[in-house]
Write a protein that binds this ligand. Structure first.
Ligand SMILES: [Zn+2]
Length: 543
């Protein structure tokens, strides 16, 4: 038995079929069946007999022969955005444009003329029989008077004529830098707005969620995430009021831990940006066991429709994607973050963007003297020859999301061609290189379900494009490692979470099957029977 001290535990958990501790090599150990907890911290791990001996006076919980492992940590998950999205019109079940229009029509019947129709971004046009986004003209048929905000993922928004009018986007409007007002073959606006600079004029008109809305959404969201075994998230692009909502809810609920990144507004110039960073203030930067402001987030290229590549797109030979900034500006932002001791997470999709990011980090690295280790690349979809090694040498971590390949693989084939789509997120090469890898989903662009994502990492299966790039598969133990210790290290919370060890937080989940022993197909439908955070049962689905 591994025992830290003689303090008697306040609770003991007995009768697991075995533990996957994630301390060291990921293994299922059937000799470990019990955990003792005091004040939310693990004080001993062992077999039932040894733990019962030290816990004679403790409250006893029964693992009911389940498989127990550390809680899952999603290292790139727009958690608040996901939770707020649940309050919006849900389009996930729609299978045709007609169905989308009828869902919008019924929402309009519930609201006043002129009110916004706000849709969730969590759906995808590849699931529609038409395989495309609706147009402004189609939306106008059901909504001539209510402006529509119909995002899909984080890089595309569709609106109707009312929305275009309110945003001041007219037929003769020029594309903004870094964005596009998409037009049809005859040159008319389609209502599709590509990238933030194109839809910012629209999104800034939306009714803002109140503090109460945010806090309500977070509370609901935590409960849903706990149900599938998530006990910590890293939310990668927040504003200051959003960070404050986390600060009021997370320590109060004590059911999930959170790490937060503040989004850098690229429309600010260097002086404005410096002022913004200086004013962020100490109040935001106070690390506890429950939450931490991790640092800044900057996006340097688009998504599937706008990732910045060396070679042209498969569906448009004049287009290589949209860099959202240049290397000099990126260098400056990384430098500023370093100066105030903040980390930076850089969203990078295309190979040309990857090149730009690595060059900027290498410049900062050679100049700073303290190195750039501990910063992170978000997505890092398309490394080219040498870039994985350079990432490792710089000490950067990467957050990988097979969930994006799963959900967007069909579109990746259309926009990038089969080769680039198949090589997107080469998880095996990242893991084999020894680079720090955290796993996640990028919800609400994708489904937040960790088990579907774990299955995806291990199979390279996708929703509509079949298996893409099977050579990039990683094993279930490697995936679980990335979802626990890997992510915990990205969050810089690995001293307290990510593995079941004495003196770490008592955050663990009870599974109805052993993901290391069942078929990879069966991993997808893993059910969490109980979720325990800081020694407290926060979800119980066993009853
Ligand atoms: Zn994201």
């Amino acid at each position: 038995m591994i025992n830290s001290n003689d303090l008697s535990p306040d609770s003991i958990f007995l009768n697991a079929s075995g533990l996957i501790t994630m301390a060291g090599t990921p293994l299922f150990d059937r000799n470990l069946t019990a955990i003792a907890v005091r004040n939310g911290t693990i004080v001993a791990i062992g077999d039932d007999e040894s733990i019962m001996k030290i816990g004679a006076q403790s409250k006893v919980f029964n693992f009911n022969q389940s498989v127990v492992m550390p809680g899952l940590v999603d290292s790139h998950n727009h958690f608040l955005g996901t939770a707020l999205g649940w309050e919006r019109l849900q389009l996930e079940e729609a299978r045709s444009i007609e169905e989308i229009l009828s869902l919008i029509e019924s929402r309009i019947n519930e609201i006043n003329p002129g009110d916004w129709v706000l849709c969730s971004s969590r759906w995808h046009e590849t699931k529609l029989k038409e395989g495309r986004l609706p147009t402004a003209q189609e939306l106008d048929k059901v909504s001539p008077h209510n402006p529509i905000y119909l995002p899909r993922g984080g890089h595309v928004v569709v609106t109707n004529s009312k929305g275009l009018k309110l945003a001041g986007i007219s037929e003769d409007a020029l594309n903004p830098e870094g964005g596009e007002y998409v037009r049809d073959s005859s040159g008319h606006l389609t209502g599709m707005l590509l990238e933030r600079p194109a839809f910012i004029k629209l999104s800034r008109l939306l009714p803002k969620p109140t503090d109460r809305d945010r806090e309500h959404a977070l509370r609901k969201g935590i409960a849903k995430y706990n149900e599938c075994g998530i006990t910590a998230v890293r939310d990668p692009a927040l504003t200051e009021p959003e960070v404050r909502a986390f600060k009021s809810v997370i320590p109060d609920m004590e059911s999930m831990r959170a790490s937060m990144l503040l989004r850098v507004d690229l429309s600010k110039n260097a002086i404005e940006r410096r002022k913004w960073i200086d004013n962020l203030g100490d109040s935001l930067d106070s690390k506890t066991n429950w939450l931490d402001v991790w640092g800044l987030k900057v996006g340097i290229d688009g998504g599937v429709e706008g990732g910045f590549f060396f070679e042209p797109y498969a569906n448009n030979s004049n287009f290589r994607g949209l860099p959202l900034t240049d290397e000099e500006n990126l260098f400056d932002i990384i430098n500023q973050a370093q100066e105030i001791g903040w980390k930076i997470g850089v969203h990078v999709v295309g190979d040309a963007a990857m090149q730009m990011v690595l060059e900027a980090f290498e410049k900062v690295d050679s100049k700073s003297g303290v190195g750039v280790g501990g910063n992170a690349l978000e997505h890092a979809f398309s490394p080219v020859e040498g870039s994985i090694q350079r990432t490792k040498d710089l000490g950067l971590g990467v957050t990988l999301q097979h969930a994006l390949v799963y959900a967007l693989g069909g579109n990746m084939c259309t926009y990038w061609g089969e080769q680039r789509a198949s090589d997107c997120t080469p998880s095996k090469a990242w893991i084999d290189s020894g680079t720090l890898v955290g796993a996640g989903t990028d919800s609400p662009v994708t489904n937040y379900d960790p088990w579907l994502n774990i299955y995806g990492f291990a199979t390279r299966d996708t929703e509509v494009a079949g298996v893409l790039g099977p050579q990039h598969r990683i094993s279930i133990p490697e995936t679980l490692q990335a979802y626990t210790m890997g992510s915990a290290k990205i969050l810089r919370m690995d001293d307290s979470i990510g593995s079941l060890e004495v003196n770490k937080a008592a955050d663990f989940i009870c599974l109805d099957r052993n993901p290391m022993e069942v078929t990879v197909d069966a991993v997808k439908s893993t059910k969490v029977a109980k979720t325990i955070v800081a020694g407290k049962v926060v979800f119980d689905g066993s009853g």
